[in-house]
Design a protein around this ligand. Sequence first.
Ligand SMILES: Nc1ncnc2c1ncn2[C@@H]1O[C@H](COP(=O)(O)OP(=O)(O)OP(=O)(O)O)[C@@H](O)[C@H]1O
Ligand SMILES: [Mg+2]
Length: 246
Amino acid sequence: MLEIEGVESGYGKLKILRGVTMSVPNGSMVALLGGNGTGKSTLLKAISGLLPVWAGKILFDGEPIQNLKPHEIVRRGLVQVTQGKDAYPAMTVEDNLKVGAFSRSDKAGVRQDMERVYELFPRLKQRRKQMSGTLSGGEVQMLVIGRGMMARPKMIMLDEPSSALAPKVVLDIFRAINKIREEMSMTILLVEQNVRMALLMSDYGYVIRDGVIHIEGKASEMIDDDNVRQSYLGGTVADTDVAALS
Ligand SMILES: Nc1ncnc2c1ncn2[C@@H]1O[C@H](COP(=O)(O)OP(=O)(O)OP(=O)(O)O)[C@@H](O)[C@H]1O
Ligand SMILES: [Mg+2]
């Protein structure tokens, strides 16, 4: 579904991505891992059209999307969920969700998807008339994931959805991601610091270092890989196993 070949990008003259190659097959969940400042968010921004792609190719559904405008990429069904702080604080939960559906004109479908978001996150339903600025950190994270779902995407990219949240809330977020994946057969690219949980949930993993893919493999094998384990395994719910997700 998403094919990235030799992508280079950065900020001004500063090259961050030095030829990233990876793929996210239709219906799969892929984890993108790596230390702070290694280029994970930069890669998501380049895929989403928020940063120029200097070299290489990005194909979505077989069509090149590099350097399209962000809203054109969203319209094609590829949606990035950034960190929770991107909710509009002076708008209600419900209005924030509607923003996610800006490119759609099928009102009945939008209503249906809003109900689905509320099923996924019952706390958002309770707070639907509340200003987003008054939500807890975990609730805001739920809101931005829900807003991403409102575009009825084919694929979502999540940038550290569990960061800076309490362990119990982290588990709620991972459960919801797992549900989105299983019940809606969503294709997902997941950037996570919680490496163990990300690999438990994913089919395949990539580790990025200094702007290139450094390690890749089946997620189930990466969990047992000493290199990955020594460098990256950890996280706030390290003891949790996949059974906790359902
Ligand atoms: N707007 C910017 N202008 C200049 N340099 C930037 C900008 N944003 C990020 N960088 C630099 O690009 C590099 C990669 O940053 P990026 O945000 O992609 O890292 P990351 O892998 O997402 O890290 P983290 O896990 O901390 O979120 C870092 O050295 C960072 O300082
Ligand atoms: Mg980042």
